[in-house]
Design a binder for this molecule. Structure first.
Ligand code: NAD
Length: 451
């Protein structure tokens, strides 16, 4: 089936698969357990921060529309026969937000709550993020509204291949390069690359976050978590924190959360609480991040991890710690739970984890927030390295990758924190100022918009 350009307008929501099973699965409390999310959408969150910066920069209304609305939106139908013997129709989205600075870049998420507005929000966040860390990329995002955690690998593979077949025309190593996000991983990228290769020949640079055996980059899997830790290291001295005496809590123990935790632990910091979609645990004497990772990888439940006490997932946020690392979904720190937080620093591993109302309260409380748009950019930085290596058919060793990542993350922190000081704004506002300014400048210089 040919791809269709969507005609829905920003703000409209779609759930094309109305089969009762899928509707039930989408409603399944297991999927959105254990801690509640804010009612404000990711799109409203990103729009709020964009407007704040655009006001600050004095961006005229007509120009503002160019940089808020996406350049291209593709919605496709993905019919897949599942193990229940029925065909389920999922919706797949690829949204290319802005390509002024280079090819579109952004992850693909498999989650039952994916909708077009969420993908729009995440795509625009990628535009600002790639600009903040000064990569030659634009911003994009993709998603399929499937209940990934309940599907078999063979079913996930069919969804990934079918999605690629339908969006390949707008992708390419110089057009748009996907990567993993929630519930997708190196294996998903291998399937996407293979499917693209059937049509275009072997093209490793079509996506990043691939397995090492298939021209993935050393260091990519850990990159987002490692980038968060680089941010912590830059900020720690300002708050009088030394890594060995630092305690931290992690919300979401997937790729980003578990790598951030394992690398924080290498520095000597202690994880005192952690959650995932199945529950939460705490231990004041410390939870071994490596052992927990192995326990979960072996199929264990987080709440069954020995030596830690299971707690209500809603209470994770209230556990006293120096650093809180949200690494799950958007909108999980909101005005109804932010007052319970007792940390000195928030390093946003997840995208849009903090609502604007909660962000204001954190600022008033003096909590130092390192925003998603800079804090979790490590993944896209090493994705960029992977793409560069693929284009050159060359491979760097892990040390080189990590060193180069450190250089870029430290530079971004320096530039953004310098701007924050200069303009007397938060790191988040400063990140958006730096990112938007660079994108507007590129669009003007290439003549996409004129003065
Ligand atoms: P992942 O699927 O590997 O992990 C997500 C984790 O969150 C899982 O442990 C899951 O159990 C947990 N989770 C889900 N719902 C939860 C809930 N209600 N409460 C607590 N935990 C819950 O995904 P990931 O790649 O680690 O991505 C996590 C976040 O980081 C997302 O917001 C993503 O957009 C963002 N991010 C990821 C990357 C990357 O390179 N993977 C890069 C930048 C940003």
């Amino acid at each position: 089936m040919a791809q269709s350009e969507t005609t829905t307008s920003v703000g409209e929501r779609e759930h094309p698969d109305k089969s009762p099973e899928t509707v039930e699965r989408a409603k399944d409390p297991e999927e959105s357990k254990p801690s509640t999310r804010a009612e404000i959408s990711n799109l409203d969150i990103v729009r709020y921060y964009f407007d704040l910066a655009a006001d600050h920069l004095g961006l005229a209304d007509d120009i503002r529309v160019v940089f808020w609305t996406p350049y291209r939106e593709v919605t496709v139908q993905i019919p897949v026969k599942l193990s229940d013997g029925k065909t389920h129709v999922f919706a797949g989205y690829r949204i290319q937000h802005n390509g002024a600075r280079g090819p579109y870049k952004g992850g693909i998420r498999f989650h039952p709550e994916v909708d077009i507005d969420e993908v729009r929000a995440l795509a625009s966040l990628m535009t600002w993020k790639t600009a903040v860390v000064n990569l030659p990329y634009g911003g994009a995002k993709g998603g399929v509204n499937c209940p990934a955690q309940k599907l078999e690998p063979a079913e996930l593979q069919r969804i990934a291949r079918s999605f690629m077949d339908k969006i390949e025309k707008v992708l390419g190593p110089t057009r748009d390069i996907p990567a993993p996000d929630v519930n997708t991983n190196a294996q998903t990228m291998a399937w996407l690359m293979d499917e693209y290769g059937k049509l275009h020949g072997h093209t490793p640079a079509i996506c990043t976050g691939k397995p090492i055996a298939l021209e993935g980059s050393y260091g990519r899997e850990a990159a987002t978590g490692r980038g968060c830790v680089y941010m912590f290291r830059e900020a720690a001295p300002h708050l009088g924190l030394s890594p060995a005496d630092t305690t931290f809590a992690v919300q979401g123990y997937g790729n980003v959360g578990s790598w951030a935790a394992r690398i924080m632990q290498q520095l000597g910091a202690t994880m005192v609480a952690v959650s995932d979609a199945n529950g939460a645990i705490r231990s004041d004497s410390g939870i071994d991040a490596n052992a927990l990772h192995e326990h979960i990888a072996d199929g264990g439940l987080i709440t069954e991890f020995e030596g830690a006490e299971p707690i209500d997932a809603e209470d994770l946020i209230a556990v006293p710690c120096d650093v809180f690392i949200p690494a799950a979904l958007g909108g999980m720190i909101h005005e109804h739970n932010v007052d319970r937080m007792q940390c000195k620093m928030v390093v946003e591993g997840a995208n849009s984890p903090t609502t604007p109302a909660a962000d204001r309260i954190l600022n008033e409380k003096g909590v130092y927030v390192i925003p998603d748009v800079m804090a979790n950019a490590g993944g896209v930085v090493v994705s960029y390295f992977e793409w560069v290596q693929n284009l050159q058919h060359f491979r760097w060793d892990e040390r080189e990758v990590n060193d180069k990542l450190g250089t870029i993350m430290r530079r971004a922190y320096r530039e953004v924190s310098g701007r924050a000081k200069e303009e007397r704004v938060t790191l988040r506002e400063a990140s958006y100022l730096v990112g938007i300014e660079r994108v507007v400048d590129a669009a003007r210089t290439r003549g996409y918009i004129s003065d």
